[in-house]
Design a protein around this ligand. Structure first.
Ligand code: AMP
Length: 282
């Protein structure tokens, strides 16, 4: 696996790779602290491309909370071993100066996509995600970019970004990979205490229960149920629960629209903020 630290080296190597006839390049951007969720993206990219690039870059622009940035888990050596064992072809791990040689002022208009849910509680987050993904796409110039449904709203933002920037990158959505108890794999899980970790599967359990309730209950009844469930677990603090149209991400009030719905949660376990979602088909 090629380990590349600078933009110029990355561009050079990828030019050479294309000259060798490997024209289909798959790209998996990450912030490191890799787990099976990330590796599932690599695996999928390996199946669909001639050459797979992953990146590890903890993007300061997408952290609206500086302690979250400082505490973000970093396990670089282990990540390299994992990527090698999954036959990733190239790892791009630039410094902040390499990605942002100049201050960034771009402000994207994502409409309501970045004002609901995560956007409401993490102002500026998606703009920071969009800036780094655009920059990475410009450097790597992939045919396909792989993103997890675990970050469902992010996926919608990336699709919109590609449209706004006319990047021509095909966005491939990959299912959420979970621990055996249902907890969505996340780099942040490593920061949970054993007690918090044991209780964190509550998020998925509640999402599954909410999904069942959509057959028989109203939106407001389901929301009340979810709030009460979280209230009954002192170790967890619900930030939001939302039922939204899975395409537009607008909150829904009527469950009988025959449209795909996404049920989303953000909750704190101590100072660790976890998000998850499930899709509800009509
Ligand atoms: P991150 O390192 O958290 O920025 O994630 C990098 C990519 O991996 C994003 O596209 C995430 O949506 C995806 N991802 C993270 N966790 C999971 C998971 N449990 N299942 C599937 N994809 C995931």
């Amino acid at each position: 696996m090629h380990i590349i630290y600078t933009t110029n080296q990355a561009i050079k190597l990828l030019e050479q790779i294309r000259r060798e006839g490997k024209s289909q390049i798959g790209f998996v951007p990450t912030m490191g602290a890799l787990h099976k969720g990330h590796l599932a993206l690599i695996e999928r990219a390996k199946m669909e491309n001639d050459f797979v690039v992953s990146s590890i870059f903890v993007n300061p622009l997408q952290f609206n909370n500086s302690s979250d940035l400082i505490n973000y888990p970093r396990t670089f050596d282990h990540d390299v071993e994992l990527l090698k064992s999954y036959q990733c072809d190239m790892l791009f791990c630039p410094t902040v100066n390499e990605i942002y040689p100049e201050p960034q002022s771009k402000v994207y208009d994502f409409g309501h996509l970045d004002t609901v849910m995560e956007g409401r509680y993490r102002p500026g987050h998606f703009n920071g995600v969009a800036i780094v993904v655009k920059r990475l796409f410009d450097i790597i110039n992939p045919q396909k970019g792989y993103f997890g449904e675990k970050d469902y709203q992010q996926l919608a933002i990336i699709r919109k970004l590609v449209q706004l920037e006319q990047s021509g990158v095909e966005i491939v959505a990959c299912s959420t990979i979970r621990e055996v108890d249902g907890l969505a794999m996340s780099s942040r899980n490593a920061r949970l205490s054993p007690d918090q970790r044991a209780k964190a599967s509550l998020i998925y359990q509640i999402l599954q229960q909410a999904k069942v309730l959509t057959k028989s209950h109203s939106v407001s009844e389901i929301k009340k149920f979810v709030v009460e469930k979280f209230d009954s677990e002192p170790i967890a603090k619900l930030e939001y629960f939302e039922l939204s149209d899975a395409e537009t991400l607008l909150p829904i009030t009527d469950l009988h629209t025959r449209r795909k719905i996404v049920a989303s949660v953000a909750a704190y376990f101590g100072d660790v903020r976890l998000i998850d979602n499930v899709i509800i088909f009509p």
